[in-house]
Design a protein. Sequence first.
Length: 228
Amino acid sequence: MQKKLIAEFLGTFWLVFGGCGSAIFAAAFPSLGIGFLGVAFAFGLTVLTMAFAVGGISGGHFNPAVSVGLTVAGRFPGGQLIPYIIAQVIGAVVAAAVLYLIASGKADFQLGGFAANGYGEHSPGGYSMVSALVAEIVLTLFFLVVILGSTSSKVPAGFAPIAIGLALTLIHLISIPITNTSVNPARSTGQALFVGGWALQQLWLFWVAPIVGGALGGLVWKLVDDSE
């Protein structure tokens, strides 16, 4: 179990460090930076690479909503759910701390949004709380369907990380303008702790919506899965 938790810590750290790091550093250069497209691919690549690296150890969740969805779908033992979520949140917070340490070394450092998730005036596109809630639920639901489907026994083995990574890329392409894309409560928590204020006040949505979406994704998969 200890090795599984370390793997989840590492995977979630890499997801936050790579994904949020790309938004904080590379996307800060409008003429040379990577923009929304690059940030979306960065998040997808973090999951793809770590799913190949440590997915065989822990299952490669890196996300409390994924762990909940897999539990609902009967793919993950409920007794391991809380330890997994704790490891994921710690990984995200440590990654955010390292990002802060690096970012604060810039002479004219200003924290700004720090890649935190938000709605209303803190949404990149000014989208409402309801828009954010619906987007996060729907996107997390489909993320779980992709994860459960690509890891089922009816598809070729070994390709799941590619499908999952590309699904996360697509999710970011859709929702960066809406919420800065969460679909992952751990990822949201790490950044919010450093931003404080509004980010902590709005953090509840980025726990509730992904968890609900993940659970619904597990239920939907049970409805369509004919492997039993």
